[in-house]
Design a protein around this ligand. Sequence first.
Ligand code: APR
Length: 176
Amino acid sequence: MQLEILQGDITTRDVDAIVNAANSSLMGGGGVDGAIHRAAGRELLTACMEVREQQYPDGLPVGQAVATPGFSLPSRWVIHTVGPNRHAGQRDPELLASCFRESLKVAVSLGARSVAFPAIGAGVYGWDAREVATVALDAVRRFGAEKSSGLELVEFVLFSTETTEIFRSVFEASAG
Ligand code: APR
């Protein structure tokens, strides 16, 4: 499994699945969630409403993941996960690791070969980008090492130059 770090807008990535840093309501929001809903079109909100009705009437729990189609996005699927909100006292990095792990499990169950992640938790939810990078890279590497998953490529698509540099430095420091 190849790991790549790049700067850009995740909504433009032509991968099998992109991961959304959603909230439990799955009804959209700001940040990357808003960008994904805008680029996917209204059908994404309708699909999220169906997921709520059929699978998660009380909302998607923190650390869990669920998929919908990608509709107008280049990616075939969107995998929605909910990061821990530090501002609400959710400070356990294990919950953040779970977002990456559970998203990859969903990706594998869909038969996805390529997946793109944003820096889950590093925006509105208040996590330090370096901690997100450390947790994310560790979780993804462990998943890749343990499972014969069919996953060929996992990308981290970071919006800002600063976050991209942080991910790169954590990646290089922990490589090998
Ligand atoms: N592509 C890639 N990354 C992006 C994009 C984009 N188009 N837009 C924003 N980002 C980056 C942010 O710069 C940040 O580094 O995604 C990272 C995660 O930030 P948020 O989107 O704020 O996600 P999070 O911290 O997990 O907070 C989730 O925000 O909008 C709400 O509905 C969402 O309530 C939930 C909360």
